[in-house]
Design a protein around this ligand. Structure first.
Ligand code: PLP
Length: 419
């Protein structure tokens, strides 16, 4: 089936009432037929609903539909994008292990990996996503996962998936791609041999800035990489907390299963059924919206590129952008709605951000409503002038998340604000 059809139908085979819309199963728990049925569900002899912290029929449609679009074997929904990233890491790494993370990632991922996980005894090593060869020097026998973004937020670089996968596979290490900005519509990292993707569903998936959520997707046949792999011993040895279950013996997508059975069970950042329903509504129009976000962003980027007050524009769809070629290789149908541009100094950037009419001054992306963000005065406020430059976010940098308003109106708004 084609993508637009999957976006409308995948994962939903009509419930007993034959409802056209996916119902919201707003429930905490599910009745067992009898004690044998309950025991079978707990022992995984039968698959079925137990408790909404672990699974829910509305969330199940969201997970199946998203996995279908991403070209994955299975998915597990979480309460936020950050929970998805944390669970993807916590599913493989423990105290004494290390993980390798791209320098160019969302700020929350930097603080999670560099500060919070450090307190759990997990070391984060950072590599430049534009120089995957650096991975070779960082990998050792305790390395559990390589995490990076397909399009980076906020520096707007594009990862060379093939180059990263080749090195990761040489050492049998899992790769995890935060595909939030690209969405499965524009880029499918699993098709290039990446093992996992994570997403903040709070962005393009809801599409209208309606809810906080996340999802982890695993590729087909991931078990082949994990089975017998000493790096992932806990998948290959009996799990004491699950009466001796050996995950790699199961004929099921084992990574997301373990997130569900161990991490959702014990840590519990599960999506609410209502939020899953919102993501399902969003996914129906995701392919249409991503094409529009992308074409409007390209038009705005071309406009900014010619503007005398703009020093530099970062958008992989522009031929002048250093990411153009790698973007052409991995992206189909556009380069998403995120772009950034640089003006002379802090004062000019602030003046522009403060004088927009249609663009809202917000720290979010992936909304139908256009958003302007000034990283130096918000998300990156704590950094010094030099640290800002090193992080690729100089004082005069402005990030735009291009929404679904009329493109000319957006350009007119920017024309007025640039003065
Ligand atoms: N990943 C990326 C690329 C993001 O931009 C964000 C949030 O901005 C997240 C993850 C975190 O997602 P959430 O806000 O849903 O926890």
């Amino acid at each position: 089936m084609h993508e637009q059809t999957l976006a409308i139908h995948a994962g939903y085979d009509k419930d007993t009432q034959r409802t056209m819309a996916v119902p919201i199963y707003q429930t905490t728990a599910y009745e067992f037929r009898n004690t044998d049925h309950a025991a079978n569900l707990f022992a995984l002899k039968e698959l079925g609903n137990i408790y909404t912290r672990l699974m829910n029929p509305t969330t199940d449609v969201f997970e199946k539909r998203f996995a279908a679009l991403e070209g994955g074997a299975a998915a597990v929904g979480t309460a936020s994008g950050m929970a998805a990233i944390f669970y993807a890491i916590a599913n493989v790494a423990e105290a004494g292990d290390n993980i390798i993370v791209a320098k160019q990632v969302y700020g929350g991922t930097t603080t999670l990996t560099g500060h919070t996980l450090k307190r759990f005894g997990i070391e984060a090593r950072y590599f430049d996503v534009k120089n995957p060869a650096q991975l070779e020097d960082l990998i050792d026998e305790k390395t559990k996962i390589i995490l990076f973004e397909s399009i980076t937020n906020p520096s707007i670089d594009v990862a060379d998936l093939d180059a990263i996968v080749v090195i990761a596979n040489k050492y049998n290490i899992l790769t995890c791609v935060d595909n939030t900005v690209a969405t499965p519509i524009l880029c499918k990292p699993l098709e290039y041999g990446c093992d996992l993707t994570v997403h903040s569903a709070s962005k393009y998936t809801t599409g209208q800035g309606l809810a906080i959520g996340g999802i982890i997707v695993e590729r087909e046949n991931l078990a082949e990489k994990i089975k017998g792999n000493a790096r992932y011993a806990h998948f290959n040895e009996p799990d004491e907390s699950y009466h001796g279950l050996v995950y790699s013996d199961l004929p099921l997508p084992l990574f997301t299963l373990r997130v569900r059975l161990a991490l959702l069970r014990d840590l519990g950042a599960a999506p609410s059924p209502f939020n899953s329903w919102l993501y399902i509504q969003g996914i129906e129009t995701l392919p249409l919206r991503m094409r529009q976000h992308s074409s409007s962003a390209l038009a705005v980027a071309k406009f900014l590129e010619k503007h005398p007050k703009v020093k530099k524009v970062n958008y992989p769809g522009l031929q002048s952008d250093p990411n153009y070629e790698v973007g052409q290789k991995y992206f189909k149908g556009g380069h998403s709605g995120l772009l950034s541009f640089e003006v002379e100094d802090l004062a000019t950037a602030k003046r522009i951000a403060d004088s927009m009419e249609i663009f809202s001054l917000v720290v979010n992306i992936g909304d139908s409503k256009s958003i302007i963000t000034h990283p130096a005065s918000t998300t990156h406020q704590q950094l010094s002038k030099q640290e800002l430059v090193d992080a690729g976010v100089p004082e005069g940098l402005i990030r735009l998340s291009i929404g679904l308003e009329d493109t000319q109106d957006l350009i007119d708004d920017l024309t007025k604000a640039l003065g």
